[in-house]
Design a protein around this ligand. Structure first.
Ligand SMILES: Cc1cc2nc3c(=O)[nH]c(=O)nc-3n(C[C@H](O)[C@H](O)[C@H](O)COP(=O)(O)O)c2cc1C
Length: 203
């Protein structure tokens, strides 16, 4: 069973969550898990102005995702930061290049799942994941979220991301807050849950 994690991360929060998703998916027996990133669409000049250049360079070694990568996966777990309550433009552009796969039904029946990140606690995590699901449904994918059997999403003793729709993290207004242990646990749980379901489907 092949699981693919496809992400974009401007400042590294989604990147950290993607690693945790990979750990979780990789804990399922027989799972072959890979991470790739979607192409950057912003120029170096803009990334420097946005204070994102160092974080981008640190991800330079991560392979850029291709259409073939999507086709060969049994499960695809997408990670995107929130942009005005939606997925980021880099991810949108990548998905908008999958029309050829849609016309052939290449992604039909694959498992799809989404995790996210936002600056603020109520800054659009749920709308980002749920609006992302629309694209996955058009592609015929089977959507998997983060069930309440991940008890960490009911915590009231600390501020935390995570909802039934998927794992998430809160980066803070200045972007300095990195994913908490609870948020990373949610990402690991989601990765394992997706891989377990995909393994059952594709046994
Ligand atoms: C153009 C733009 C729009 C954004 N919109 C939102 C938003 O609607 N709500 C929010 O909480 N954060 C918003 N953010 C903050 C990002 O979601 C945050 O920087 C991101 O989650 C950090 O993850 P990353 O380091 O993986 O990129 C926005 C950031 C940018 C640059």
């Amino acid at each position: 069973m092949k699981a693919l994690i496809v992400y974009y991360s401007m400042y590294g929060h989604i990147r950290r969550m993607a690693e945790a998703v990979k750990e979780g998916a990789g804990s399922v027996s027989g799972a072959d898990v890979r991470i790739c990133r979607v192409p950057e669409t912003l120029s170096e000049e803009v990334l420097i102005k946005m204070g994102a250049w160092e974080a981008q360079k640190a991800q330079g070694h991560v392979p850029v995702c291709t259409m073939e990568d999507l086709v060969s996966a049994d499960a695809i777990i997408f990670g995107t930061p929130t942009r005005f309550g939606n997925m980021c433009g880099q991810m949108r552009q990548f998905l908008d290049a999958t029309g050829g796969l849609w016309s052939k039904g290449s992604l039909v029946g694959k498992v799809g799942s989404v995790f996210t990140s936002s600056a603020t606690q109520h800054g659009g995590q749920e709308s980002t994941i749920l609006s992302f699901h629309t694209t996955l449904l058009h592609q015929g994918m089977i959507i998997v979220g983060l069930p309440y059997t991940f008890a960490g999403q009911t915590r009231m003793d600390e501020i935390t991301g995570g909802s039934p729709y998927g794992a998430s993290t809160i980066a803070g207004g200045d972007g300095k807050r990195m994913p908490s242990e609870n948020e990373l646990d949610a990402a690991r749980f989601q990765g394992r849950h997706v891989a377990e379901i995909a393994a059952k489907l594709f046994r």
